[in-house]
Write a protein of this length. Structure first.
Lengths: 211, 866
């Protein structure tokens, strides 16, 4: 085995398992991490299934999150229900296009991209779809980085509810879609977290197209 | 490390991770949300409005009981272009509200006196109101033009009210119970019978107050009841004054009203409580008006609702209050009664202001719809004695007036009519049975005026009789001494006791006729003797034959003895002021005479020449004056009242002075005192005007300075008498008679002025009348008059010279020589004249004389015989 081979070798190939919790390298026969006593396994194939389940949950919830009103706005006694998209349209009508873009990105683009991206990875793992390593890595980084911004909408809502409270004159309340949306974010995050990324790397190595 | 053997671990492979429950839950959640949202998705409703004014897409909301149940999602013009279709999306819960009779209308802000409606609409914009109805489901509707009855939020009782007029009621007008607002009028409209149907809403907490038998009445505005008892102002709240309102009350023992029960809305509380109603018929509606009370035992039990003219009288609609409806039976009797006031008793003073009332005796039997209304209370005993009182004109008796004797009512006037020949007024009177014996031959009746005002210099005395009289009048009986009269007898009636006394007096009075060239009295003037009234002038008549007046006097019989041959008459002078240098004599006639004029009777010590003549004044009368006519010079200055004197003694006076028609003289009518009349009227008596003459020499006739010129008379000796004389001018007057006019010229006027005398040997023979510049302005032309009887002194040889001033010649050798005319000349100036010899031209000099400034000494020595 060359050094090059060594560096390219996986822990499972050389009988070393990395603890997923504390990063301790353990012997492949150990069941529990010698440092933190977490359960260790060479590959968590079940995480794939869990990730799928969570992702599908998020995908299902994405529908009501977009269809139902996310805020109930009371203005001068008139109650209006705003869905995510109608809110964005309203911003556009109000000539607040930059904000509309931000909200669109955070509230629609990001969750959808995340759900689709995750589905893509999970499919790639489950169904051995050959995808170039570069694309996978780029997508992985994007999803990792972008996910945290998708809570923007909920922040806006929670701030609005806290700040805008003038009874009949002006009032904002979260509507059912807010819950669904929050759940979408929660489950996509969880799905991404749950997935044992080593499965992805295995897949990567299989389709390694780098020289 | 490698030594211990591998222990195979048996791991049971789970088919599905429990995490798969999550998508299932999410799915279930999503499905639930989906189903819910489908279930709760809005209902599309289309409402057709006449116009889209005030409706905005997605802004205009649909509200039901204040709740947003939907909103406008689209507006489109209908196919016929006659309105707009407004598409609404309603809350799924409104599904049950969408029935066939559901109503939609547009609510816009509306401000009225009772409040602002739709204030929320002012704030939130117009909205579409919705009122659910009955029927099958429906999703297209025609909008209402006006808001239908909108029941205020909350439960309550809806009542319907029928009214004839709306008054000032409006939607929102309050409904009061004991002045507490318990609800509102929510709508009104005309029903099929064109009556007004109001819908009222009574709040839930007050709903139990409305009973099946509740009565509603209009309390709009202010109701003022003014009576002697005080003034009562009834209003509900201020809002009801302005915006109207409805009040109601309810009997305690009654079931609660049902929803939508129909009530009658009455115009007033009184009406609301009304029970039965019936009709009273009468000849006239005297004293009856709408609102007149119907009283029983002095308790108002009903009132007149309406008074209408019918073919043969008036019909009076009476409404009895509900509890008293049963009082009226078939043989009930109704009559009008007013206030009854007398000195001893005051009954119902309030009726003086509130008006008469209708009283009745309740009858038994089935009530009828119509009763006759009597003017008087039904008699309970005997047939009254009926009399007819006659007068030339109605002395003020009215139907219903009391007939009284010693202030006790003994009867009543039943009718006042003109006699058949229209010459007299017949007043029919009923005398109550017990008093018929009072009415005897010679009785008369006096109408008592309600108010007597007696004004004299002592003060004003106002005496009122019974207050009773104010309304009905009252007639007093003055019994006679004859036999008791029979039924239907005729007796006289007088407007007052005075009138009656006058009437009787006139039957006995003495009539005396005076003649007078002029009249200072009229009929009704008093006749006085020593300032005491002894009679009256009854008639003044002008007689064409001699242009004089015949004045008829009626002298009270008591003074008959005064009318003898010594009586003389003169007009009473209201105020005579005889002022002379001797003093002032002021005499004032009795006040009555001052105002009305009058005639004074005086008695002479001896027989009067004419005791049927009305002299012009007391003086003339006392002197038995005889009239003469005088002709006076135009400028005599004699005025009416000027004296005629003989040697300074008064012998007559001028009564009247007039300019004669030819304007060349004055004619005067004068009186000469009877005693001297014959001598002074002798045909050769000489009358002359005397005037004051003022000069430095003295004053002549000084009194006439104040009293004016008088006429002096010199009696003649001829036995024959004349009735007219010519009065000659004052002796002193230069311009009297036919004076001669001469003209003087001089270079300058000097001290000559008008009135400057012309003196001949120091005697005034004429005077300067005017002066002017000659036409060329070279000289002063002085015109002077020479008295008629001095004209012969002036002829062509006359020389005129200035007498004015003082001439002083001073010389060293001659010494001082002061030369003046008379003192009068020094002051007033003067013109001297000297005539050299007699010529034939005396009195006829036409050429102007030259006025020299000083006489030549020769002139002063001329002594012609002229």
């Amino acid at each position: 085995m060359s050094v090059n081979q060594t560096t390219k070798a996986r822990g499972v190939d050389i009988g070393v398992f990395r603890c997923q919790v504390c990063g301790q390298l353990n012997d492949q026969h150990d069941e529990y991490c010698v440092r933190c006593s977490s359960a260790i396994s060479p590959r968590n194939y079940r995480s794939l299934q869990n990730s799928w389940a969570l992702l599908i949950t998020a995908a299902i919830l994405l529908v009501p999150a977009n269809i139902y009103p996310i805020t109930t706005l009371t203005k001068s006694g008139i109650v209006t229900h705003e869905t995510i998209f109608s809110g964005i349209l309203r911003l556009v009508h109000a000539d607040l296009v930059p904000i509309a873009i931000i909200v669109f990105t955070a509230s629609i683009l990001v969750p959808w991209l995340k759900v689709l991206g995750l589905a893509f990875y999970l499919s790639a793992i489950s169904f051995n779809i050959p995808i170039s390593r570069q694309k996978l890595m780029a997508g992985f980084h994007i999803i990792e980085w972008i996910g945290r911004w998708s809570m923007l909408d909920l922040f806006v809502i929670s701030l609005s509810v806290a700040l805008v409270s003038m009874g009949q004159l002006l009032d904002a309340q979260p509507a059912p879609a807010a819950t669904a949306f929050a759940l979408v974010i929660f489950f996509t995050q969880l799905a991404a977290k749950t997935l044992d990324t080593r499965l992805l790397w295995d897949q990567l190595d299989k389709n390694d197209d780098t020289p | 490390m490698m030594t211990h053997p591998e222990q195979p671990r048996v791991v049971r492979k789970k088919l599905f991770s429990p995490v798969w429950l999550l998508p299932l839950i999410a799915l279930a959640l999503g499905a639930w949300l989906g189903i819910k949202s489908i279930r709760e998705s809005g209902i599309d409703v289309r409402v057709h409005f006449p116009s889209a004014t005030g409706i905005d897409v997605s802004k205009t909301l649909v509200r039901y009981k204040g709740l947003n149940v939907g909103k406008v999602v689209d507006i489109s013009i209908d196919d016929e272009l006659k309105g707009v279709n407004v598409d609404l999306v309603l809350d799924y819960r409104a599904n049950n509200l969408l029935k066939e009779n559901t109503k939609f209308w547009l609510v816009t802000p509306k401000a009225s006196i009772t409040g602002v409606e739709g204030l929320d609409a002012l704030f939130s914009g117009n909205y579409i109101g919705m009122l659910p109805g009955e029927g099958d489901f429906r999703d297209h509707f025609e909008a209402e033009r006006e808001a239908p009855t909108v029941i205020p939020s909350g439960d309550g009782l809806v009542i319907e009210l029928n009214a004839d007029t709306l008054g000032s009621l409006d939607v929102g007008s309050p409904i009061f119970y004991r002045q507490i607002p318990v609800g509102n009028i929510v709508s009104y409209h005309l029903d099929e019978q064109h009556r007004i149907q109001l819908k009222g809403f009574v709040q839930q907490q007050y709903a139990h107050l409305v009973k099946q038998d509740s009565r509603f009445w209009n309390v709009s505005g202010v109701r003022v009841d003014a009576s002697l008892a005080g003034i009562k102002v009834d209003t509900e709240s201020i809002a009801s004054i302005l915006a109207g309102g409805i009040a109601f009350n309810s009997p305690d023992m009654s079931k609660e009203a049902e929803d939508d029960q129909l009530f009658q809305l009455y115009d007033s509380q009184q009406e609301a409580h009304g029970g039965s109603s019936f009709l009273l018929t009468a000849d006239n509606a005297e004293g009856i008006k709408v609102g007149t009370d119907v009283v029983f035992r002095e308790l108002p039990v009903g009132e007149v609702e309406e008074v209408k003219l019918t073919d043969n009288g008036v019909a009076i609609h009476v409404r009895m209050d509900r509890p008293y409806s049963d009082l009226i039976g078939a043989d009930a009797q109704f009559w009008v009664e007013g206030a009854q006031l007398s000195l001893s008793e005051v009954k119902h003073p309030e009726r003086l202001i509130s008006g008469n009332v209708i009283r009745f005796t309740p009858g038994a039997g089935k009530p009828q719809t119509q009763y006759p209304l009597r003017q008087t209370a039904p008699e309970t005993n005997g047939q009254p004695l009926q009399l007819t009182l006659t007068a030339s004109e109605n002395p003020g008796a009215a139907v219903g007036a009391d007939i009284r004797y010693r202030n006790v009512k003994i009867g009543e006037v039943t009718a006042v009519k003109l006699s058949d020949d229209f010459n007299t007024v017949n007043i029919s009177v009923d005398i109550d049975t017990p008093f018929t014996a009072l009415i005897t031959q010679g009785s008369d009746f006096i109408v008592q005026s309600p108010l007597k005002v007696k004004a004299s210099l002592d003060g004003v005395e106002v005496s009122g009789t019974d207050v009773d009289n104010l309304t009905k009048g009252r007639i007093d009986l003055r019994p006679g001494k004859g036999k008791v009269v029979a039924d239907q007898a005729q007796l006289p009636i007088f407007a007052s006791a005075d009138a009656a006394n006058r009437y009787y007096l006139q039957q006995k009075q003495l009539v005396w006729t005076l003649h007078s060239p002029s009249t200072a009295v009229n009929s009704g003037s008093d006749v006085y003797y020593k300032k005491m009234q002894i009679g009256k002038v009854t008639n003044v008549k002008w007689q064409a034959s001699d242009d004089s007046f015949a004045i008829k006097l009626a002298i009270d019989p008591a003074y008959q003895s005064l009318l003898n041959d010594k009586a003389v008459f003169w007009p009473t002078e209201a105020l005579s002021l005889a002022a002379s240098l001797n003093g002032i004599d002021l005499s004032v006639a009795p006040l009555g005479g001052v105002i009305k004029g009058g005639i004074t009777l005086g008695l002479l010590p001896n027989t009067a020449a004419d005791n049927h003549l009305l002299y012009a004044s007391k003086t003339l009368a006392e002197h038995q004056s005889v009239p003469v006519a005088l002709k006076l010079p135009l400028n005599s200055g004699i005025k009416s009242g000027a004296d005629i004197r003989y040697q300074g003694n008064l012998v007559g006076s001028v009564a009247q002075v007039q300019l004669s028609e030819d304007m060349k003289s004055l004619t005067a009518s004068a009186y000469l005192y009877g005693r001297f009349a014959n001598q002074l009227r002798s045909s050769d008596s000489h009358y002359q005007v005397e005037d004051a003459q003022l000069s430095l020499n003295g004053v002549k006739n000084a009194a006439s300075i104040i009293t004016g010129p008088f006429i002096s008379v010199v009696p003649g000796k001829q036995p024959e008498l004349s009735k007219s004389f010519t009065v000659t001018a004052a002796a002193s007057a230069i311009d009297s008679g036919n004076p001669m006019t001469i003209t003087l010229v001089r270079n300058e006027l000097g001290s000559i002025k008008q009135g400057t005398g012309i003196f001949y040997r120091g005697i005034r023979i004429g005077e300067v009348t005017q002066y002017q510049l000659s036409t060329e302005g070279q000289q002063v032309v002085i015109t002077a008059l020479i008295a008629e009887h001095y004209q012969h002194l002036i002829n062509a040889s006359s020389h005129f010279y200035d007498l004015s001033g003082i001439k002083i010649d001073a010389g060293i050798f001659s010494g001082l020589q002061v030369e003046t005319g008379s003192v009068e000349n020094i002051i007033t100036g003067g013109i001297g004249v000297a005539t050299e010899f007699n010529t034939q031209t005396a009195g006829k000099v036409a050429a102007p004389f030259t006025l020299e400034s000083k006489p030549q000494s020769a002139w002063l020595n001329w002594t012609p015989a002229l």
